[in-house]
Design a protein around this ligand. Structure first.
Ligand SMILES: NC(=O)C1=CN([C@@H]2O[C@H](COP(=O)(O)OP(=O)(O)OC[C@H]3O[C@@H](n4cnc5c(N)ncnc54)[C@H](O)[C@@H]3O)[C@@H](O)[C@H]2O)C=CC1
Ligand SMILES: O=C(O)CCC(=O)C(=O)O
Length: 447
């Protein structure tokens, strides 16, 4: 089996050698899915995984825009249309200076499995730009988004490809992108998700990724007769996912003691309550400031510049910032401090070595493609509401989100439970996500 996985990865590396994040994501899937394929007669000789690692379409384009001083800038825009076997391409747009083809291909690849796990009919895609919204005025962001959409609009549509937000793309950016799509195509359709509530958005979509991550962790904890009540929770990030993960943990009686951004982390030993979280939401979503300001405002908090929060003792860790933010050393410290559960709110925040350490220690570990799938699942619910031209209540959407997260948890158990009673959620998520897409690809023939 080792030989088979190595031969497969050699081929992937030969074609994508300069794309480390993409190779990392494929390796993790190959290690769990190739042994499964070998046992299933129907997939033999069909080269399905090799077809899945090649994007159906990779679009790259120039985005030229003018800043407030009249200077012209050029950024690179992308859309990776990875797999459409089970539905239109679906996945977020990331605006961040680190964006490149490797990062977007890893995200698009993960998205295929994640979207399959949601049980909804969505293929996988991802896109974005190396544009940095930090420090830009609202007008500059608007001009960039409009320029980006003048090209992207040729490649997307409500039945073709439906983008959404990710790092650096929130409700402000989705509004500007939607406005330009509508103007150019002269149609009002559900071509993007994460829209404002008065123009086609779904209730609970802003909350969904963070809430969903906590619902997933709740399901995991339940298998050990545990819950969030009274638990100390360490969260990284302070953006969309981190904010709503914190909100849900607080509602469930947990004590959130950290948040972070790319500058460092804050620790508040008294706990971040709803009022303090409201301060963070205003700081990050409206004033677009730094998390260090939290420690200036609240005397109970300390700011640790240039550090990540994994050194803080906790029961549960929720990495909600970015890829590879938690490595082997961080994992060792978390384990030493008695952490019992890690659920990824971000995409691939834990390095492969960190994941192996959690598995070796047999603690509860959820990969992002399972635990953060609530965001895209609720995007799927937004698409349904747009098609039906109706709007569900907050309670209805939240109930559906909870059910979907429970279904994903059940699928992970079905495919990931080992004989010794330990659930390998990585294996479970990869195989469960693979099966649905592979079966659709088999049915559709070699295309
Ligand atoms: N927004 C969504 O619905 C979904 C987001 N995700 C993933 O969740 C993660 C966070 O995304 P959002 O909260 O939406 O983005 P956001 O733009 O709202 O927030 C990103 C957060 O990560 C922090 N961050 C960025 N780079 C960092 C670095 N190098 N070190 C430490 N912190 C850093 C930022 O300061 C910010 O707090 C990403 O991995 C994203 O792909 C996953 C599923 C859905
Ligand atoms: O809501 C969506 O379509 C995409 C969310 C996303 O980008 C993700 O799940 O990583």
């Amino acid at each position: 089996m080792e030989e088979k996985i190595k031969a497969f990865m050699d081929e992937v590396k030969a074609r994508n050698g300069h794309e480390p994040e993409f190779i990392q994501a494929v390796q993790e899937v190959a290690e769990t899915v190739i042994p499964y394929i070998a046992e299933q007669e129907i997939y033999n000789g069909k080269n399905i995984l090799l077809r899945m690692v090649e994007p159906e379409r990779l679009i790259s384009f120039r985005v030229a825009w003018v800043d407030d001083e009249g200077e012209i800038h050029v950024n690179r825009g992308y859309r990776i249309q990875m797999n459409s076997a089970i539905g239109p391409y679906k996945g977020g747009l990331r605006f961040h200076p680190t964006v490149n083809a490797s990062i977007l291909k890893f995200l698009a690849f993960e998205q295929v499995f994640k979207n399959s796990l949601t049980t909804l009919p969505m293929g996988g895609g991802k896109g974005g730009s190396d544009f940095d919204p930090k420090g830009k005025s609202d007008d500059e962001v608007m001009r960039f988004c409009h320029a980006f959409m003048t090209e992207l609009c040729r490649h997307i549509g409500p039945n073709t490809d439906v983008p959404a937000g990710d790092i650096g793309v929130g409700s402000r950016e989705i509004g500007f992108l939607f406005g330009m799509y509508k103007k150019i195509r002269n149609e009002f359709t559900g071509v993007l998700t994460g829209k404002g509530l008065s123009w086609g958005g779904s209730k609970i979509r802003p909350e969904a990724t963070g809430y969903g991550t906590v619902y997933f962790a709740q399901n995991m904890l339940k298998t050990k007769d545990e819950d969030f009540d009274g638990k100390t929770v360490v969260i990284s990030g302070s953006g969309n996912v981190a904010q709503y993960a914190a909100e849900k943990v607080i509602q469930l009686g947990g004590k959130v003691i950290t948040l972070s951004d790319s500058g460092g982390y804050i620790i508040d030993k008294e706990g971040i309550d709803e009022e303090k979280l409201a301060f963070v939401m205003d700081l990050k979503n409206n004033r677009r400031g730094r998390i260090s300001e939290y420690a200036e405002k609240y005397k109970s908090a300390e700011y640790h510049k240039g550090k990540t929060p994994w050194e803080v003792p906790c029961d549960i860790a929720l990495p909600c910032a970015t890829q590879n933010e938690l490595d082997e050393k961080d994992a060792a410290v978390l384990l030493e401090n008695g952490c019992m559960c890690v659920a990824e709110g971000a995409n691939m925040p834990c390095t492969a070595e960190a994941v192996h350490a959690f598995h070796d220690a047999k603690i509860l570990f959820a990969p992002g493609k399972a635990s953060n799938a609530g965001g895209v699942a609720t995007s799927g619910l937004e698409m349904s509401q747009n098609s039906l031209r109706i709007s569900w209540t907050r309670e209805e959407v939240d109930e559906r989100l909870k059910d979907i997260m429970e279904d994903i948890h059940d699928s992970c158990i079905e495919y990931g439970m080992e004989e010794n009673g330990f659930c390998n959620y990585v294996k479970g998520a990869n195989i469960a996500g693979f099966v649905k897409v592979a079966d659709a690809m088999l049915a559709q023939g070699v295309i």
